[in-house]
Design a protein around this ligand. Sequence first.
Ligand SMILES: C[S@@+](CC[C@H](N)C(=O)[O-])C[C@H]1O[C@@H](n2cnc3c(N)ncnc32)[C@H](O)[C@@H]1O
Length: 293
Amino acid sequence: MKYLKAEFRIAHKGGNDIEDMALLQIAKDILCEYAGDAGFESFEEDGNFLIGYVQEGLFNKSILDENISNLPISGISISYTINQIDDVNWNKTWEEEGFEPIVIKDKCIIHDTLHNKEHVGNNYIDITIDVKQAFGTGTHETTAMIISELLDMNLNNKSVLDCGCGTGILSIVASKSGANTIVGYDIDEWSVKNTIHNCMLNNANNVKAILGDVNALNSIDTKFDIVVANINRNILLADMPMYVNKMNQGAILLLSGFYVQDADKLITKAESLGLKLVGKSELSTWCMLKFTN
Ligand SMILES: C[S@@+](CC[C@H](N)C(=O)[O-])C[C@H]1O[C@@H](n2cnc3c(N)ncnc32)[C@H](O)[C@@H]1O
């Protein structure tokens, strides 16, 4: 998938680096929010720079330029360069080095194929993730919050829709927790292949993985008891009507992949579609929302 990579430089007006770390952090937080309005979905920090990624077709340059020329902090300027890249490898480091096993809620252990797994208890849900280019090991706050929520729910014989399935981790948790029908889809071919591969590794044979965006759901008649979507603010806002359309009566929708400060926008949208907020978690700067219909 084609992405644009932007390198934002945050400086004092006049060009000097910012040495006040607290001020720099405030500027970065504001920039993440403003760049999010323009379609950016992911950021990395590098000193006075912030690196942002946006899918090519979703970049709105005029919103970005307008936002950064109207910063609510004085004396700061932001400039940026932008380049096209073929894909983002969300897991470059993990692919090479693996990741340490992660235990969630004393109920589930997730480990890679490189490290020996630590046996933490026979009744743990045990998940192997072979990390390729796709996103989703459980180490990220957004994935961990959804897994944690799924582990507290009764998934026996439930149907689950996994929007933006990445490595397939949420589908695998659902399968191992007793869900009977699971459909995952992802816009990224790498992710769909990786989901299929990881499902095979984990004997999660009841997961069907589809390549496509939300429109791929038009070809599916099923409605679901649980819909999970860990993507990003703008995709969630745009695709939420379809998620709602695919929910059975009394179903649960779990949304993550956005910053705490964006929660209100998502709640407003969900309520306009008839959903009720029934839960909210925050981990670091990230948020997860739980709705029912
Ligand atoms: C943050 S990752 C989440 C992966 C995994 N579900 C997890 O919770 O760790 C977001 C995934 O959504 C996919 N994605 C991005 N835009 C999408 C869209 N419009 N429709 C479907 N999937 C999308 C990305 O390719 C990526 O695999």
